[in-house]
Design a protein around this ligand. Structure first.
Ligand SMILES: [Fe+2]
Length: 383
């Protein structure tokens, strides 16, 4: 069977990427809507981008009101600014939120209506060109055909998808991530780890995506802890930026599985950051998935150097799981209780969360497919 591998048209990656992106950025259009957040303003990254556009003779207007995970209202305001200012392309700079918001704004300015109208539709219509410039190493949104928007009318997190949501251009410059705080570094880095591990062990895995996933896992184990402890280590940041990009390419093409499927409902109902809810679920969900896929988990153990001669595939798989759990511990990932979630409130939502997880389709990509009851049990095991 043949497989399709989607990537952005152009990827500029590595130290100095932002500076070197001028020609590619300015070729996208005449006037950009820059979608970003306050931290990019304070850290000076926005100013740098503005200088690059000015020197290239490209006009722009800045929308900085992405104050958290993107909502339908933020998308609406950004779309209004794009249209009022006569923009013809978009640039999203920052964490996953501004990039996701940018994608949704591109949909609304071209196709009209509210972003909430697009739930469940695959977006294939041509959109204005858009460029993603990530400042955190995690979501991989710069290389995916997905965006997650909070629908404040129905109180749900909408996963929107379609090949048109793939950025035209991705600029991955590790220098932008050196100021990421340790906690955000940990959460986003473990999000990338989940992308890579889930993609590699997904039913939909195939060799080209596997190459990306394996490389990402190796880099994350080599550098994430260092980035957490010593944020200004540019070499470690560069390794993580590359890893997040590779992990994004992997899951964009092979899909995520049980962790992401079960994680989204926790995020939607309890407002736990995406990477953190993934990290909370990593150990129990992978323990569940392991027996369906000892061989592939054993390859991951070899990739990160915890495989020992004489091990069976099962022992190798378990060694990988132990290493992943130890990484979460080293990054001081809190339990739901330590994070402040109320046990009773959480338990009351478990039936709904398990149904929503299954409805997302992601758990079905796991090689050991969990039933609703098994997911309920996994949720209970978090406390
Ligand atoms: Fe994710």
């Amino acid at each position: 069977m043949a497989n399709v591998f989607f990537t952005p048209q152009t990827v500029i990656v590595g130290e100095g990427a932002l500076k070197e992106s001028q020609a590619a950025l300015c070729a996208l259009g005449k006037k950009a809507l820059i979608v970003t957040s306050g931290s990019m303003v304070r850290g000076g990254a926005l100013e740098q981008l503005q200088g690059i556009l000015q020197a290239g003779g490209c006009a722009y207007t800045v929308y900085t009101d992405i104050t958290g995970e993107p909502s339908d209202q933020m998308v609406e305001a950004g779309a209004a600014q794009y249209l009022a200012e006569g923009c013809d392309f978009l640039i999203g700079m920052g964490g996953g939120s501004p990039i996701d918001a940018m994608k949704a704004i591109a949909v609304v300015v071209r196709l009209g209506g509210s972003i909430n109208d697009y739930l469940g539709k695959v977006i294939t219509e041509p959109l204005p060109p858009f460029c993603a410039i990530p400042s955190t190493a995690g979501t991989g949104s710069e290389t995916t055909q997905f965006t997650i928007i909070n629908n404040t009318v129905d109180q749900i997190k909408m996963l929107l998808k379609g090949p048109s949501l793939m950025p035209t251009l991705a600029v991955v410059d590790p220098a932008l991530s050196v100021t990421t705080p340790p906690k955000v570094t940990a959460f986003t880095g473990l999000d990338a780890l989940c992308h890579a591990v889930e993609a590699y062990t997904s039913k939909k895995a195939f060799p080209l995506a596997d190459t990306m996933a394996l490389s990402a896992v190796r880099r994350i184990f080599a550098s994430l802890k260092r980035c957490y402890e010593q944020g200004d280590d540019l070499a470690a940041r560069a390794n993580m930026a590359q890893a997040a990009l590779e992990a994004g390419m992997a899951f964009n093409n092979s899909s995520v599985t049980i962790i992401h499927g079960m994680s989204r409902p926790i995020g939607a109902l309890f407002h736990v950051p995406h990477g953190l809810s993934n990290a909370m679920l990593l150990k129990p969900c992978l323990s569940f998935a392991l027996p369906g896929c000892y061989d592939r988990f054993a390859v991951l153990a070899k990739e990160i150097g915890v495989w020992k001669d004489g091990m069976s595939e099962q022992e190798g798989a378990e060694a990988f799981l132990a290493a992943a759990a130890a990484l979460c511990e080293a990054l001081q990932i809190p339990s739901p209780e330590q994070y402040g979630l109320n046990r009773e409130e959480f338990f009351a939502q478990i039936p709904k969360m398990a149904i929503d997880a299954q409805a997302s389709g992601s758990p079905a990509n796991t090689r050991r497919v969990p039933s609703i009851e098994e997911m309920e049990q996994l949720y209970r095991s978090l406390f």
